[in-house]
Every structure is written in C-alpha cells, then in structure tokens.
Design a binder for this molecule. Sequence first.
Ligand SMILES: [Zn+2]
Length: 253
Amino acid sequence: MIVDERIVTAIFFFLGLIIGSFLNVCIYRLPRGESVVITPSHCPACGSRIGARDLFPLLSYLWLKGRCRACGKRISPQYPLVELLTGLLFASAYAHTGLTALLLKQLFLVAVLIVVSFIDLKYLIIPDRIIVFSLACGILLNLFAGDLSLLSAVLGLSAAAAFLLIPALVYRGGMGGGDIKLAALIGFFLGWPNGLLAVFLSCLLGAVTGITLVLTGLKGRKDAIPFGPYLALGTLPAMFFGDKLLAWYLGLF
Ligand SMILES: [Zn+2]
C-alpha cells in the first residue's frame, strides 16, 4: 500500500501538537518540582481544572480567544507557540529522516530541547533532572537508532562539554553549569563530530546575537542571557545537515 507522504507528514504535525501540549505541562511543572504525569491540568491563574473540550492543542487557545474559561485571565501565548513549534519540528524531522529508528531519537531530542529552552528563557536554569533523564534515554535511543557507536557518542559528549568548559573557566561565570551539561547531552546524542559542530554553531549564534543586543543597547554587557535556546538552535542544523555542513566546510580547504 502506498501512503501519500504528505498525509504522514501531516500526522507527524498533529502528533507534534499533542506532544507539544504535554511539553507545556513539563515547562510549567518541572521547575516547580511537580509531577508531570499524575495530576490533571489546571489554570495557572485560578486553579480551576481544564476540561477535556479545552485540551485540544492550538485550537483550544483560538476558540477561547487566549483566555481561561473559568476566570477569564489571559493564557500565555507560550502555550500555542510551543505546540505549533513542536508540530512544525516533528513534521520537518519526519520529512528529513523518514520513518526510521533514527527519527524516534531525533523527535526525543527536539522535545527535550524545546522544554529546556523555554524553562531557561523563563527561569535562567536548566534542571539537572531533565539532563539525567534524557541522558539515560539517550543511551537506549543510541542503541535503538544504531546511527553512532558508543565511542562516537562519548567523544561527542566530551568535545561539546570541553568546548563550553574552556570559556567558562577562562571568563568565570560566563557560561553556567547547566549549559555545559546540556552541551554534553547534545554531544552524546549527535556524536563526533556533529556534537561539536552543534555547540560551535550555538556559540556563533550566541555571539552574533549578544553583540547585536549590546550594540543596539537592548541589553547591557553584564545582563544574563540564557544560553539554552542557542544550544537548541545550533543543534537543529547540526542534527539534520551536519554531514553536509562539514563536507562543505572541509571542501573549502
Ligand atoms: Zn483560570
């Protein structure tokens, strides 16, 4: 049976929307040390339970016009944004990688990066429990996907962590411990040399944005800028196009 690729891509988009609404729960609850599985969803403002009819990703936000049904308080646009972003990235990952074991690993990493980025943007922290949990899953996912050897994964982890560790030691306090642990996790998922490429691209992106923000006066030189989202943004091209990017780069010489 031949299934239209566009239908499968759309299915992954909708799967992403659903997973995205779970990621919103993680973003809200993990920094508070709350469970992400047992308790049902509540409105953060009034605490009233959110009914099944209002739990549709994206659409609920639109038909409630961005307000809680019970108390009328504004619902943060972060909710539909995370859902949409997850949907688009899941569809892109399928379109790029196809229905393979590697896809599962990529979808998992995408989900982790979204959660970590939004927590870092809001609280300037990257919770250890997310890194530890993801690393444990990474060991299994690397075996399942079979795309890299254990040596490559460990080398990727070490190189990515070292790449951030050196400036952190030299400048002291510039780069947080959470950032280094996240870089290590990304390195473990992408292996050598793509893990290093991911962190390199993140630093490049972070430096360009940081310099722009300081030059335009939007941020002071001492203001803390969360680095987690940059690590996430640098990881996507390295994960999907790392081999092509490296081949092009090495071809310059
Ligand atoms: Zn409410």
